[in-house]
Design a protein around this ligand. Structure first.
Ligand SMILES: [Zn+2]
Length: 70
């Protein structure tokens, strides 16, 4: 099963970075820090988005904590 799909921001379409995972769900943070800053809690299974929760704007401290791959 492929759970490694990296979703694009559901608000602006930019790439997102992976935040903390809790069970089947994982937080994702939009990389467009100038205009969007949106965070999502997503459950993705087999490439399908099963659950979506908007978690609001992600502050800089939290974003940088998970911003390792850019
Ligand atoms: Zn965005």
């Amino acid at each position: 099963m492929n759970d490694t799909v990296e979703p694009l921001c559901l608000r602006c379409g930019a790439e997102m970075i992976a935040g903390p995972r809790g069970g089947a769900a994982q937080n994702w943070y939009c990389t467009d820090r100038a205009n969007c800053r949106q965070g999502f809690n997503l459950t993705i299974r087999g490439g399908d988005l099963l659950f979506r929760q908007d978690i609001g704007e992600v502050d800089d401290e939290r974003f940088e904590m998970y911003n390792t791959g850019l």
